[in-house]
Ligand binder design. Structure first.
Ligand SMILES: [Fe+2]
Length: 290
């Protein structure tokens, strides 16, 4: 079995999101994690330039995409998973945490999606359970549920590389917010303790980096460095202190610019709503609701 995947990051500047291609060094097998569909809210236009950069990399290395992995239903960008599967990788499976059903139950009434919108996660090809293992070529991957930011958040441990989703940021960025519906700072604290139980040398790949202090954008650290230096939660930080810090910070944050378009699309595995009678797809803006 391979234990050290090749990891290629892709940065989406508009949402400060890191997407990744994870490759088995001993085969052509690969997974894509958290791909972004470009979206301009002012014009309502989608774009695939960011996703196509990933496709170019896949093609250049003759990779076979087994999985399109979502660490969670993102609130700040639209997922390109559906576009990648339908346009380029029909054999890839879109996977997300089983907690997506809770996210769908929260947001179906908010968007008034009605009875025909299933809340069983069936828009996805696979729902991951905590502790579930799967293969990417010769690489072994394990699912670690990390709720707190959202109910469906997962980390993926692939060989020695841990994709943490929105839980830990880079040490100087702290942690992900916990104030969305279904979020909980105490729950995130316990999720992070599970990640801190992994070996210090485990490579950590973050989902976002907002480049605090104007430094360059970074995507990789280690569990050891997080435990020593994370500004919100070090190895010895008590739960109550973390919850105080996290909740105080959350109270200062605005809603993400794209939360309404993003969640509506991402609970559908990245598929846009069905076209109406005139052939146009529409997104909804619930007024005075969230
Ligand atoms: Fe997120």
């Amino acid at each position: 079995m391979s234990t050290a995947p090749i990891v290629q990051p892709f940065f989406h500047a508009d949402s400060s999101t890191w997407s990744y291609v994870v490759r088995d060094p001993d085969s052509h097998a690969a997974a894509i994690i958290d791909p972004v569909l470009d979206f301009d809210a002012a014009s309502g236009r989608t774009g695939t330039a960011s996703a196509e950069a990933i496709v170019d990399y896949i093609d250049a290395h003759s990779l076979q995409v087994a999985w399109l992995l979502e660490t969670h239903a993102h609130a700040d960008h639209l997922s390109a998973a559906h576009w990648l599967r339908s346009a380029r990788f029909p054999r890839a499976r879109i996977g997300i945490g089983a907690g997506i059903t809770a996210v769908q139950k929260t947001f179906r009434p908010i968007f008034n999606l009605g009875e025909h919108f299933p809340m069983d996660g069936s828009q996805f090809d696979h729902l991951f359970r905590d502790g579930e293992c799967f293969d990417i070529g010769q690489l072994e991957a394990q699912v670690i549920a990390v709720p707190g930011h959202t109910s469906d958040s997962n980390a993926f441990l692939i060989g020695d590389a841990l994709f943490v989703g929105d839980s830990l940021f880079m040490p100087d960025g702290g942690t992900a917010r916990c104030d969305f519906p279904g979020g909980s700072a105490a729950t995130l604290y316990h999720s992070i303790q599970r990640l801190y139980a992994l070996p210090d040398a485990t490579r950590v790949f973050v989902c976002h980096d907002y480049a605090p202090g104007g430094r360059e954008h970074r995507c990789e650290t280690t569990i050891g460095d997080e435990k020593c230096g994370n500004i919100h939660v070090r190895n010895d930080t008590p739960e109550a202190e973390f919850v105080r810090t996290r909740e105080a910070r959350d109270a200062t944050l605005d809603m993400p610019r794209l939360i309404l378009p993003a969640v509506q699309v991402n609970i559908r595995a990245g598929a846009l709503p069905e076209a109406e009678g005139n052939g146009v797809r529409y997104l909804k803006l619930p007024i005075d609701t969230i």
